[in-house]
Design a protein around this ligand. Structure first.
Ligand code: SF4
Ligand code: SF4
Length: 439
């Protein structure tokens, strides 16, 4: 099978050998779980419970009236110990519900299961996905009910399931495709039911031949679904690049995949859709890869949302040596953690504990105008030039030179011989432009 791809990109060492053959293990959380009221792109939730309240598994504990938001559910039964600002993986303190787990996992009333969803209307399915608190689980956390509700003038003809998992070390999607193959297909069929006439694709990098084989077998009687092998290249799983690799169509600058008839969903998100619609279960768990050279027994865990990162590290045997860097997510796009006392949230795809050799912690030096960042950029930007605009506070030029199209993939930083802090400066540039626009 021909492997599809995009232009430019980079080839970081993949580091997946630590966990790609490790079956997913269920992790039972200990006493205390923390549920930050910010687990999605968009509006923050308001807590629906107070200190001393008894909560059940699946009970809604946070919600917002805003459309671009997603409710939060308790993943354990127990008592609300506090409702107070707590440290979020993003480094900020965020209003959180702290629950003392009673270990009974007493089930609350959740959503209605629908073994047969064919008779459900589009609005009913979207409502289930909304009520189940499902967000994009690749890390972005965009509410799924919003993504599946494009403007009426956007005709959706292509649904792409992102099985690229191009970030080094991460193997959670890989394991889901091997272990929950039929559920991925069922979740995709539910989405296709929302867009009659659309075709479904599952894009998988060719460094996962067993996942390609398993998914191909699972869809052999599904004429409307095709598996596409993708070249192993970073950032193959970037939404726009995946759309280009599979359809040959480019998402316009400043636009969205729905502008060219496409919707992209992550593997674990699709399984969450299947679980919500068919089993009536809200989003309370996710698969997390715990890996890196400083971890004793790297593993893939099925983790209840709210579990402490410290518990994950302990369950993976602890450290072999002190990590120099701990990351929530992948090494290219993840967030550095400064403490292990932060919870797993809906967007936590991995916890990576890197050694000095892996972390590349060098000081920034002057740009030598080598152009390697330009060659690497999948968005055809000029990273060195954009960097100089940000350093000069020239955000008008940053915008004019398409800085807002940066997908923050980190490819330019990865290849830069001067270790310029490129992607960090683009995040600053994009935030400043957005806040200037609001003014
Ligand atoms: S400029 Fe942005 S999109 Fe281009 S390589 Fe750098 S981080 Fe990626
Ligand atoms: S890769 Fe680094 S040193 Fe080379 S042009 Fe880009 S910013 Fe400058």
């Amino acid at each position: 099978m021909k492997s599809l791809t995009f232009r430019h990109g980079v080839y970081p060492p993949h580091g997946k050998q630590y966990t790609e053959n490790k079956p997913i293990e269920r992790l039972k959380p200990k006493e205390i779980l923390v549920f930050p009221m910010l687990q999605n792109a968009g509006a923050t939730c308001e807590p629906l419970v107070k200190k001393g309240d008894k909560v059940l598994v699946g009970q809604k504990i946070g919600d917002s009236k805003k459309f671009i938001s997603s409710p939060i559910h308790s993943s354990v039964s127990g008592v609300v110990k506090d409702v107070t600002p707590m440290l979020h993986p993003n480094g900020m303190k965020v209003m959180s519900v702290v629950i003392e787990n009673d270990g009974a996992f007493e089930q609350g009333t959740t959503l209605l299961p629908h073994e047969k969803y064919d008779s459900l209307s589009r609005e009913e399915i979207i409502n289930i996905i909304h009520e189940a608190g499902i967000v994009g689980m690749g890390g972005a956390g965009f509410p799924t009910h919003v993504k599946l509700s494009p403007p009426a003038d956007k005709k959706i003809d292509t649904i792409i399931i992102n099985g690229a998992e191009c970030e080094p070390y991460l193997t959670s999607d890989h394991r889901v495709m091997l272990e929950k193959t039929d559920r991925v297909v069922e979740g995709l069929k539910i989405i296709l039911h929302l867009f009659p006439g659309a075709k479904g694709y599952i894009g998988i990098e060719n460094n996962k031949p067993d996942a390609i084989e398993a998914m191909e077998k699972a869809v052999e009687n599904e004429p409307n679904i095709e598996v596409k092998a993708l070249k192993t290249k970073y950032p193959q799983g970037g939404e726009r690049l995946l759309v280009y690799a599979i359809t040959g169509k480019e998402v316009p600058s400043g636009g969205l995949p729905c502008d060219i008839g496409c919707i992209v969903q992550n593997i674990d998100t699709v399984v969450a859709i299947e679980r919500a619609v068919i089993k009536g279960r809200p989003l309370m768990r996710r698969i997390v890869t715990v890996s890196g050279g400083a971890i004793k027994e790297p593993k893939n865990f099925n983790v209840r949302i709210g579990t402490s990162t410290r518990e994950l590290i302990e369950a993976a045997g602890g450290f072999t040596k002190e990590p120099v860097k701990i990351i929530s997510g992948g090494p290219m796009m993840g967030i550095s953690l400064y403490t292990l006392d932060v919870p797993v949230v809906k967007g936590t795809s991995a916890i990576l504990c890197l050694t000095e050799e892996e972390a590349k912690l060098e000081k920034e030096r002057n740009c030598i105008r080598c152009g390697k960042c330009v060659e690497a950029c999948p968005m055809n930007l000029l990273p060195c030039t954009l960097n100089s605009f940000v350093l000069r506070d020239d955000f008008e030029s940053f915008e004019k030179y398409h800085g807002m199209d940066c997908i923050e993939c980190g490819s330019c930083s990865f290849v830069c011989p001067s270790n310029r802090y490129l992607v960090q400066s683009f995040r600053t540039g994009k935030c400043t432009v957005l806040s200037n626009r609001k003014k």
